[in-house]
Design a protein around this ligand. Structure first.
Ligand code: NOJ
Ligand code: NOJ
Length: 438
């Protein structure tokens, strides 16, 4: 089946001409049919996690696993990043049936997040609450709180959908549910943006839920939410808010710069000013910096100004995981973990492993670099590098079911950790889409 039909933005004859040769282009851009199959499997397996009778419509379980580990929760981060990926698929496909499934999931997600957001207003850390039951209630178990990337990622994903809906005649839905120019804010996105604007200077737990401090990743996605939100605010006649969000985004940009020169390291360090949590992460080297680039910075001036430092960081990360036995003597790209000192094995602490989402992050990063490069030879090289990480990941995916867990063994490469992890699939989707472009 022809997944990618003519682009929805047929703006000139050139595009039309290119698309007449689409099969040729696809043959060139997708060298391995397994990559395409894994793409389709990934969104189908996400749908399977979303549409279950034992969770409220719109809830995004991190994994169906209820014990060892218990990931049967709606994490705000995982849910928002998953919806970011589903929007990217919506935008890229011309398959009407798939689009309508994606849109209907999106509307359910909005209804569900209205409940989680309302519930978190009275939680101890407010909108920084990271984790909810599948009913939408706050999960009260002890946890690293607050986690401030969540509301930012939710605002970005929702804003992307909102901008699309406005273009397609759904402004009223957006104003009623997502963004209304009023204070105090009562709509989903506006509340998140106000929270980000007012709280980004406060320390929070990182995306790995282990360290409380100031984090490169969190700041990057906070900045992105304010910049995307400002575009939306302008469209919805809220110019002073747009200006305020841009001012805060600029201030965050200055904070981000401080991470570039920590201890004269060649790479970008992940955390500053730790106040609480685990203290074992001495190197500061972390795939979270590459995730920050993918989720928050690519295409942006900050990224282009510091591109070589990001590349250095990616290279160091690749080097550091060469010590994992699964990466010895392999002609494949390296399998990538979270950070060198990691000991979390997916249910206990026997040692860190490669993660699907970390390996996919490297693919997305290099393919993004390829897409920005106008030198044909360099572009090709970067694209091949990016795709090599996707091919690496395929080596560990269950060949019969398409399953991706959270991690795979650093010794044997066998699947480990939470099964059918939603974020593993979501991270494949955006990496694949970045890697299929010319
Ligand atoms: C579960 C967290 O989500 C994971 O990131 C962390 O490494 C472990 N708990 C250990 O704290
Ligand atoms: C552990 C990861 O560290 C965290 O980032 C994630 O949100 C949860 N697992 C749920 O997938």
């Amino acid at each position: 089946m022809d997944f990618f039909g003519p682009t929805k933005r047929l703006t000139c004859g050139f595009f039309i001409a290119v698309h007449l040769y689409a099969p040729l282009l696809r043959a060139r851009t997708l060298p391995d049919a397994r990559l395409d199959q894994t793409f389709r499997n990934s969104y189908e397996l996400i749908f399977a996690n979303l549409n279950r009778i034992d969770v409220s419509p719109g809830a995004v379980i991190a994994s169906p696993s209820k014990s060892n580990p218990d990931y049967f929760y709606h994490w705000l981060r995982d849910a928002s990043l998953t919806n970011r990926s589903l929007f990217a698929v919506y935008d890229a496909t011309s398959d009407r049936g798939l689009q309508s499934r994606l849109l209907s999931n999106f509307y359910s997600w909005v209804s569900f997040e209205k409940r989680t957001q309302e519930n978190s207003l009275t939680a101890s850390v407010g909108l920084g609450e990271p984790i909810f039951l599948v009913t939408g209630d706050v999960a009260t178990k002890p946890w690293g709180r607050p986690q401030s990337d969540g509301p930012a990622s939710r605002a970005t994903a929702l804003s992307q959908w909102a901008l699309y809906l406005i273009e397609n005649g759904e402004r009223k839905f957006v104003e009623d549910n997502l963004y209304k120019a009023e204070l105090p804010a009562r709509t989903l996105i506006k509340r998140d943006l106000e929270y980000v604007s007012l709280n980004w200077r406060l320390p929070s737990y990182d995306l790995w839920e282990e360290v409380k401090g100031t984090h490169f990743y969190t700041l990057a996605v906070q900045r992105k939410s304010l910049l995307t939100g400002a575009v939306l605010a302008d469209k919805l006649s809220d110019p002073f808010a747009a200006q305020a969000y841009r001012e805060q985004a600029d201030a965050i940009g200055k904070e981000l710069s401080k991470f570039l020169e920590i201890e004269n390291r060649e790479y970008i360090s992940v955390t500053r000013d730790q106040v609480e949590g685990w203290t074992h992460k001495k190197s500061g080297l972390d795939i979270a910096v590459i995730l920050a680039a993918n989720h928050g910075l690519v295409g942006d001036r900050f990224f282009s100004d510091h591109q070589s430092k990001f590349i250095k960081t990616a290279e160091k990360i690749e080097d550091t995981f060469s010590t994992y036995p699964v990466n010895k003597d392999s002609k494949l790209a390296r399998a990538i973990g979270r950070y060198p000192e990691d000991v979390y094995d997916g249910s206990g602490f026997s040692g860190g492993n490669p993660w699907f989402l970390a390996t996919h992050a490297m693919a997305e990063f290099y393919c993004n670099l390829a897409n920005m490069n106008s030198n044909p030879a360099q572009k090709k090289q970067l694209q091949e590098k990016g795709r090599s990480f996707l091919l690496r990941s395929l080596n560990h995916v269950n060949p019969t079911t398409g399953e991706m867990t959270e991690q795979f063994s650093r010794q044997s490469g066998a699947l480990m950790g939470a099964r059918n992890l939603t974020w593993s699939y979501a991270s494949y989707l955006t990496a694949y889409l970045a890697c299929r472009s010319n």
